[in-house]
Design a protein around this ligand. Structure first.
Ligand code: PEP
Ligand code: CO
Length: 446
């Protein structure tokens, strides 16, 4: 069995692999892969198992999942301030959602490994010059020069080191008192001080009273100073994920120790493809993005491949339908999964189906459209008697202007003020909190 597991880990090499960089030099790739394989794991198998248990609870409707972070992490932005702001935003959202759901919130960052991106074209042309497309800092540089755009496998090693320092900071922040519930609630009060958010006042006041009530009852705030925070990213770059796949000393099973949770993207989720093959052999909890063109038969084949033993918590379907399609397309998929009695967790990514380019040429999303997809997701899952189990969002802890709308009404003109993303537009700190308040209302008033 164990030998078989090991042999299977390389079976993906025989499968079609979408969205892989064309590494220019095989010897260089081999050297970088060997260097990665010699480095310590970033997460431990036991932690991944614990997350599987948490996701199983979410599947049963006993927890709610919040997964958030950058579309693409950037080496130059893996700084203490940026990381702290992102964690703070996720923790603030989690407090609001915990109250809304009256359930524990499972917190996962799109952090500490989100360094590779799928692209719609392999090359980019500007004027006379055609270069490889930017595929994330883990592959090449964003700058439009031949030197920067060269796919460099040593960047995977650099991505590993940035992930390690990010995780180290995450662990320090979430274990060292920064995550104290009272402190997080204090930050939320700061958000409410802005009159733009008056519509959330009632809910915010209720949360405040609840936290005070707990204090008065003598709740163990010492225990609430620490939170569990898991790391996740898209398992896109097969060379990176394979090199970080390790055999667990406890039971001889392989785990992808680059993160607790890995997902397969919309463009790489072929059931016969290399991504599904590699991930089918690791024991981490897994996600699959499900877009509006997915057929029920694809999803069921993926479920057979990735979760043949129907283990609770193993498989999460991250729907990203677009606000226009969610109510029409999702019901059929949910019904098919229910009919096949597949134990999956459904969570909603309201970002990736709602991207458009403004007349001024800026890639953006509208806050209201994002919220409309979340509402549609809740409607569809509830109507089917299934559990709307979580939210997957692209956010930053900073005051960027990338998504239009929200109470601060970012418009065409405001978009250009602080547009920093290299890939997809992210909710800023305030928009992320607004999202949490609106989702809390959906959770409270089915
Ligand atoms: C992403 O999550 O950044 C992404 C590329 O999503 P999708 O695979 O759903 O398009
Ligand atoms: Co994205």
């Amino acid at each position: 069995m164990i030998d078989n597991d090991l042999a299977c880990l390389d079976a993906y090499r025989e499968r079609p692999a979408a969205q892989q960089p064309d590494w220019p030099d095989p010897a260089e790739l081999a050297a970088a892969s060997a260097a990665l394989a010699a480095l310590p794991p970033l997460v431990f198998a036991g932690e991944a198992d614990r997350l599987t248990g948490r996701l199983a609870a979410a599947q049963r409707g006993e927890a709610f999942v919040l997964q958030g972070g950058d579309c693409a992490e950037i080496f130059a932005e893996a700084s203490a301030d940026r990381i702290r702001n992102k964690i703070r935003t996720v923790l603030q959202m989690a407090v609001v959602l915990t109250y809304g759901a009256s359930l524990p919130v499972v917190k996962m960052g799109r952090m500490a490994g989100q360094y590779a991106k799928p692209r719609s074209a392999a090359t980019e042309t500007r004027g006379e010059l055609t270069l490889p497309a930017y595929r994330g800092d883990g592959v090449n540089g964003f700058e439009f020069t031949a030197a920067a755009r060269r796919n460099d496998p040593w960047r995977m090693v650099e991505a590993y080191h940035h992930s390690a320092s990010t995780l180290n900071l995450i662990r320090a922040f979430t274990m060292g008192g920064f995550a104290d519930l009272r402190q997080v609630q204090e930050w939320n009060r700061g958000f409410m001080a802005n009159p733009a958010y008056a519509r959330y006042e009632q809910l915010a006041a209720q949360i405040d009273r609840a936290v005070r009530f707990m204090g008065a009852c003598g709740a163990d705030f010492e225990a609430l100073k620490m939170v569990e925070f898991f790391a996740s990213h898209e398992a896109l770059l097969l060379d990176y994920e394979r090199a970080l796949t390790r055999i667990d000393s406890r039971g001889g099973k392989p785990y992808d120790c680059s993160a607790h949770f890995l997902w397969i993207g919309e463009r790489t989720r072929s059931p016969e493809g290399a991504h599904a093959e590699l991930l089918s052999h690791v024991r981490n909890p897994l996600g699959v993005k499900v877009g509006p063109t997915a057929h029920a038969s694809d999803i069921l084949r993926l479920a057979d491949k990735l979760d043949p033993f129907q283990e609770p918590g193993r498989l999460t379907l991250i729907t990203r339908m677009g606000a226009d399609s969610v109510r029409a397309v999702l019901p059929g998929l949910v019904r098919a999964v229910q009919a096949a009695q597949r134990p999956v967790l459904w969570i909603c990514d309201p970002m990736h189906g709602n991207t458009f380019t403004t007349a001024g040429g800026v890639k953006t999303r509208r806050f209201d459209t994002i919220m409309d997809e979340v509402k549609g997701f809740f409607e569809v899952l509830r109507e089917a008697g299934a559990v709307p189990g979580g939210l997957h969002v692209e956010l930053t802890g900073d005051d960027v202007t990338e998504v239009m709308g929200g109470s601060e009404a970012i418009d065409d003109e405001a978009l250009t003020k602080r547009y920093e993303t290299l890939v997809d537009p992210r909710l800023n700190h305030q928009q992320a909190l607004e999202t949490a308040f609106q989702v809390a209302e959906l959770l409270r008033h089915p």
